[in-house]
Write a protein that binds this ligand. Sequence first.
Ligand SMILES: C[S@@+](CC[C@H](N)C(=O)[O-])C[C@H]1O[C@@H](n2cnc3c(N)ncnc32)[C@H](O)[C@@H]1O
Length: 190
Amino acid sequence: MEADRIKWNQRFASEDTYLGERPSPFLLREIERIQRVAPGKRALDIACGEGRNSVFLAQHGFMVTGLDISDVGLAKACRRAEKAGVEVEFQQVDLDEYCFTEQFDLIINFNFLLRELIPQEMQALAPGGVLIIDTIMASAELLASHNPTYLLRKGELRKICEELDGEILFVEEKTDEEMPTARVLFRKAG
Ligand SMILES: C[S@@+](CC[C@H](N)C(=O)[O-])C[C@H]1O[C@@H](n2cnc3c(N)ncnc32)[C@H](O)[C@@H]1O
């Protein structure tokens, strides 16, 4: 949606990184298990933003495609990959209207929630492929200022994954933090 592109371009406009220089702590913590479990090296970073997680995966041997709507974020992501000396294929797409055409061994989905995309992500995963979702949960404070459509409800992520064909390797909800989050590491059936 054009409004998303404009909003995120404004957020990414500063020289600084919006979500920091380091990859997501969950990805950092789980990278060895991900490398062990993923059946191959093709990775997809959904709503990759400024590319912190795409670049990290590329540095760990994955062939990464990063998708996002923000051309400003993607330009920063390209510079980050170049600086790190890795190759990542970044594509500007609107995920509200996107159809996957390739297969991936790993799909990551950090700080972005589009529930309708999850079945498509499952289809785009190779047998035995790994799906990671890590995003914000609803709380009374956040609901006052955020659209509930983009926030996970309590227990929702586990429930979604329990209905998919595969195995939950790890799931947690952190509700005691200022920004409550839920995350899952899921492996599609082989
Ligand atoms: C909170 S940022 C997360 C960035 C990245 N996943 C990370 O954790 O560093 C949310 C991202 O979603 C992207 N986004 C929002 N709506 C989108 C859409 N319709 N299609 C593609 N990307 C979208 C934004 O441009 C932004 O980069």
